[in-house]
Design a protein around this ligand. Structure first.
Ligand SMILES: [Zn+2]
Length: 386
């Protein structure tokens, strides 16, 4: 039996799920080259935004350093930059979703380097008190959550997920609740973050099996787990007609149980680190991003009544994901209008009131069923002339 890798697990409460967590470690990542000069400048600021926006729109991922001295902060910086590059390439659709992701860093130097390891009497004076062997499990890393939340709330109150990176190469981590995930600086870090975000963002369940005891009494809410193995009614049956999604089927085992629970693919990122998402999980991830960020961030002017004062009127939409994955259909008085650039419409030559509509739709090809219609919007302006 493999040693449990708790770091890949979703622990809503630490105690309840401890025996149930295991992720195969395939050691895929190769650490990037250290370019200390490149990260030196940014590593000197206590809090800064690496990419994206700071106004709360989009998904805000905050990386927090613990157990890094000032001199070591470049390594924290490098790890976050590595994740950024990795996350842009992990699935082809991820590149087009980058506009929805904001990455922030908190880099408070610790007085001492490393992480507490109580069993060997190793205790370090670090900014957020990271410690292995939490709850008597070797690989669980706990932190002082109150301190973490205080500091993150001060600098990035818009946070969605907080990732505390503890400065140790020993394998470990946990999902602690309160939107806090911990991980050591182990070689699988990038894959672990993706897996954990699968839980946090997309409500995906673990697809691996590991000594589950009590079957869920009711149908799991996770889109990738089910108690129903009937092909005519299984929750991902809308993928069966698609030849491109051929690996989708009904596979027994998941949610820590060998039997009685089913998953959509033989393998996926929610079963083994380093695997692709696969269609059902990718659809859930993409829908969750829309649900979180909306289809657009801003419309100018505001939708609703508009009083046009000049000879022409401009309409502009700032899309949440962007043109790579989203299409806008503009209509003036129900007549379709093509625009360049696609998010900008200029109307002129109108001599009476008119109506402008913009239909925003997803064209990523990874969403096949959107019951709540989170991936589409219709914006309307009623324009009167002065
Ligand atoms: Zn997990």
């Amino acid at each position: 039996m493999n040693t449990p890798h708790l770091t890949g697990c979703f622990l809503t409460t630490l105690v309840a799920l401890l025996p149930a967590c295991q992720i195969a470690d395939n050691g895929e990542d190769t650490p990037g080259q250290v370019n200390e000069q490149k990260y030196l400048e940014s590593s000197l600021k206590i809090a800064h935004t690496l990419k994206g926006r700071s106004d709360g729109k989009g998904y805000d991922l905050v990386f927090v350093a613990d157990g890094f001295t000032q001199d070591e902060m470049v390594h924290f910086n490098e790890a976050v930059n590595n994740y950024r590059t990795f996350s842009e390439q992990y699935e082809s659709v991820f590149a087009g979703q980058q506009n929805a992701w904001n990455i922030h860093l908190i880099q408070i130097p610790s007085n001492e380097s490393g992480v507490d390891e109580p069993q060997t009497g190793t205790l370090k004076d670090t900014a957020f008190d990271s410690s292995f062997e939490c709850e008597w499990v070797d690989r669980i890393i706990c932190v002082n959550q109150e301190k973490v939340l205080d500091v993150v709330s001060e600098h990035f109150p818009q946070y969605d997920t907080i990732l505390v990176l503890a400065n140790s190469t020993r394998n470990g981590g946990a999902s602690l609740g309160n939107n806090i995930i911990t991980s050591s600086m182990n070689p699988n870090l990038n894959n672990i973050i993706i897996h954990e975000l699968g839980h946090d963002l997309a409500n995906l369940g673990d697809e691996y099996t590991y000594g589950g005891v009590n079957l869920p009494a009711t149908e799991p809410s996770q889109p990738n787990l089910t108690l129903n193995n009937d092909a005519d009614s299984v929750k991902w049956k809308h993928w069966f007609e698609d030849e491109n999604a051929s690996p989708i089927n009904i596979y027994e085992g998941g949610n820590y149980f060998q039997s009685g629970v089913w998953r959509p693919t033989e393998n996926s990122v929610m079963r083994t680190l380093g695997q692709p998402f696969e269609a059902v999980n990718l659809e859930a991830w993409s829908l969750a991003l829309y649900k979180h960020s909306g289809t657009y961030y801003q419309a100018l002017p505001d939708t609703g009544s508009v009083n046009q004062t000049g000879p022409e009127q401009q309409f502009e939409i700032e899309l949440a994901l962007g043109h790579e994955l989203q299409t806008i259909e503009w209509r003036v008085n129900d007549v379709l209008v093509q625009t360049i650039p696609p998010n900008l419409l200029t109307v002129s030559d109108q001599n009476q009131s008119y109506v402008v509509q913009a239909n925003i739709v997803d064209n990523s090809q990874v969403i096949r069923k959107d019951n709540r219609q989170v991936s589409q919007d219709t914006l309307t302006w009623w324009v009167s002339l002065d």
